[in-house]
Write a protein that binds this ligand. Structure first.
Ligand code: URA
Length: 268
């Protein structure tokens, strides 16, 4: 009987080897011909593995938030006594606290008239902006220039910047920690410029500036009060991002309505 079992086992092993099986992948060996005898891995092994990976993830998140907090603190400190846009740009150019800088070719701070009464804030540089080092120079920039021209504006009477100064790889949406790290610089820009109007382009920039989770569809096209950290008042109007309009041209009509509101405000 014993011999018969060994022979059977040997036969089965050889059969598997000839069939190309060269490793077992279950945690425990298991005879599938006797399904009621399947040996299940002990649940405490699984629990231990899960607990360990949860712990690693928690630790990772703590490390990430610690380094994000450090970068935010550092950014806030750096801008404390800054009074000129050019100096702020210098600080941002030399800032290493945002991981996006590692993969970006250029820092894209802003462009236009630093004395302008209108500040335009987009999301983040794209591939063209990253390559050239200027905001809104790609396809969406061409549309933005056309939008501005339609209400008699151009880069000589507005200042254009972003909520993020380095291109997120693959143009992905910036993470909340990347946004938080750049926010002290964005806020400082508003504080220095004291614009009469802030135009935010798209959901991400609008939510960042207004500190809300409301969608762009709900926020666009209306004047919203904004106070900077020194309690200077300004008004924000959100509109669709030009790159969104390129993908959804049907919404250009709504965007045109927003532009007319801006034109009316400027000429009043
Ligand atoms: N999109 C943005 O939001 N900003 C740029 O600078 C370019 C494209």
């Amino acid at each position: 009987m014993m011999n018969e079992n060994i022979e059977n086992t040997e036969f089965l092993l050889n059969w598997h080897i000839e069939a190309g099986v060269d490793e077992t992948i279950a945690e425990m060996p298991c005879n599938f011909f006797e399904s009621d005898k399947i040996v299940k891995p002990k649940s405490d092994i699984k629990t231990t593995v899960q607990t360990t990976s949860q712990q690693i993830e928690t630790n990772r998140q703590n490390v990430v938030s610690d380094s994000t907090n450090l970068s935010i603190q550092n950014a806030n400190k750096l801008v404390e006594n800054i009074e000129k846009v050019e100096d702020l740009e210098n600080i941002v150019n030399n800032f290493d606290g945002c991981g996006l800088k590692v993969t970006a070719k250029n820092t894209v701070f802003g462009e236009g008239n630093t004395e302008a009464k209108i500040l335009i804030i987009g999301e983040a540089p794209g591939a063209d902006e990253d390559r050239i080092g200027r905001p809104f120079v790609g396809k969406s920039g061409i549309l933005l220039d056309k939008m501005l021209k339609s209400i008699e504006l151009d880069r000589s009477n507005v200042y254009i910047s972003n909520t993020i100064y380095w291109r997120p790889p693959g143009n992905r949406t910036p993470t909340s920690s990347e946004i938080s790290i750049c926010l002290p610089f964005v806020k400082k820009l508003v504080e220095i410029m004291k614009p009469e109007i802030i135009i935010t382009l798209g959901g991400s920039a609008t939510q960042t500036i207004l500190n809300t989770n409301e969608t762009i569809s709900k926020l666009r096209g209306r004047w919203i009060d904004y106070s900077d950290s020194e309690n200077n008042k300004t008004e924000v109007i959100a509109t669709f991002h030009p790159s969104y309009l390129l993908r959804n041209p049907a919404n250009k009509k709504k965007s045109w309505a927003d532009l007319l509101k801006i034109k009316k405000k400027i000429s009043s």
